[in-house]
Design a protein. Structure first.
Lengths: 262, 174
């Protein structure tokens, strides 16, 4: 009786990938049970896949992903991002950094049409703050329309106060006024920043263009904990996508508010 | 509907990036490749058949872009010391210990030495979990070809890892 030839590497690969039919797979398993060489060959090939996956893990916190996602929502990508980025790094962009370095965050960025980093579909962060148009007569609308930078609006009783404060005012590349704002749990400056966003004034109303929510405000999916670097990159990408120019001086800002943003 | 596909593509970014990173050997290049691939996909959404796998379609575009770019600029693998440094830090995080890290280095280097056709098939199956039929459809090749490329790729990688961290470097062509 001639012994059956040992399975080829191709067959073993197909076995590992679940591509053999039950009969063939059974044959290999039965043989491997009594054939240490065959077992060794199978283990050896399986180890390749394990190492490959270890060498290239999926990394949702990879900063490049936020940058790509941000650029995808740009209607045109005429100028390479890196060039724009250097050019347009602004006072506003730099302001973000110290605020955001401290904590781990959930990312919720959207630009009008609603791309969301990593496919997150949630756009609501703190009460009444969401990507999209800001409803008239809300605290946020009033803040955006009338408050100077650094002057917080606080609502609720002291124990569970929520505050909103403008961090900077600037113009985007089309000359639209935009404002970076922070949502704070508690009073400013001792409270905890729960979200940072950017809203721009478009045809007489304010539209939130992007939000970065800090984990722990109850709305962020707890499984996602981007690094502070990613957050910084995401904010950077957001401001770059908007084409943020330098932050307005207090005098310029006061004048703009007085003219009701016209 | 196009907006849905756009969101779906964004949701795929982590996998597309990993695939491109493994394919090109560089994160910087992967970022450019994925960016270009997504832009290309968005202008050709009409060519995507609803109900078929979006990830396979995207992997094909990523691969095409990577090959196109590779023709123009020769593959340069981890020549940038900063990138290399980042990679090492990352490896250190993934796997504590020098032996494990050298292991991962060997895998990357060996992968890089594979012919592109074998590398693509290996990554689609072993990393991304596509079936042989899906890979055959995506690349427009017979299943038998998928099997032989895959098998050769696995064997070479196994040999490289066993030979140790120095294997796979150019001077090992004996």
């Amino acid at each position: 009786m001639t012994p059956e030839p040992s399975p080829t590497d191709e067959q073993l690969s197909a076995y590992l990938d679940g591509e053999l039919d039950d009969l063939e797979a059974d044959r290999i398993e039965q043989r491997a049970a009594i054939d240490p060489d065959l077992r060794h060959r199978i283990d050896r090939l399986a180890a390749v896949d394990q190492r490959l996956r270890a060498a290239f893990p999926v990394t949702p916190e990879e900063p490049a992903l936020a940058r790509i996602a941000a650029r995808l929502n740009q209607p045109s990508n005429v100028m390479p991002f890196t060039a724009r980025r250097k050019e347009q790094r602004t006072a506003a962009a730099n302001r973000f950094v110290p605020v955001m370095m401290a904590a781990s965050l959930a990312l919720l960025i959207g630009f009008g049409g609603g791309f969301l980093s990593r496919g997150l579909q949630t756009t609501t962060v703190a009460p009444s703050i969401a990507i999209g148009p800001v409803a008239q007569d809300t605290v946020l609308a009033t803040l955006l329309e009338t408050s100077p930078t650094g002057k917080p609006v606080t609502t609720g009783a002291t124990a569970e106060a929520n505050s909103l404060v403008i961090a900077a005012t600037f113009k985007d590349r089309t000359g639209r006024p935009c404002r970076e704002f922070e949502a704070v749990r508690g009073p400013v400056p001792t409270g905890t920043v729960t979200a940072v966003g950017v809203a721009c004034r478009d045809e007489g109303r304010w539209v939130v263009r992007g939000l970065v929510a800090l984990a722990g405000d109850g709305s962020a999916p707890s499984s996602i904990t981007p690094s502070s670097n990613e957050t910084k990159d995401a904010l950077d990408a957001l401001l770059t996508a908007l084409g943020a120019t330098r932050a307005m001086t207090p005098a310029e800002e006061a004048q703009t508010i007085e003219r009701a943003w016209r | 509907m196009p907006q849905d596909v756009r969101n779906d593509i964004v949701a795929l970014l982590p996998r597309l990036f990993r695939f491109a990173h493994a394919l090109t050997g560089s994160k910087q290049e992967a970022e450019d490749v994925v960016q270009t691939a997504c832009e290309r996909a968005l202008t050709r959404l009409d060519q995507f058949t609803p109900g078929t796998r979006l990830d396979s379609w995207m992997f094909r575009i990523v691969r095409t872009v990577a090959i196109d770019r590779g023709r123009r600029e020769r593959r340069s693998v981890a020549v940038d010391p900063v990138i290399l440094g980042e990679q090492i830090v990352e490896d250190a995080r993934i796997a504590e210990g020098t032996a494990a890290r050298q292991d991962l280095d060997s895998v990357r280097r060996a992968l890089d030495e594979l012919p592109e056709q074998q590398r693509s098939v290996l990554l689609m199956v072993a990393l991304e979990g596509l079936s042989y039929q899906e890979v055959a459809d995506t690349l427009g090749i017979p299943i038998g070809t998928v099997m032989s490329r895959l098998s050769r790729a696995r064997r070479k990688l196994a040999e490289a890892v066993e030979a140790g961290p120095l294997a796979g470097q150019k001077d090992s062509d004996r």
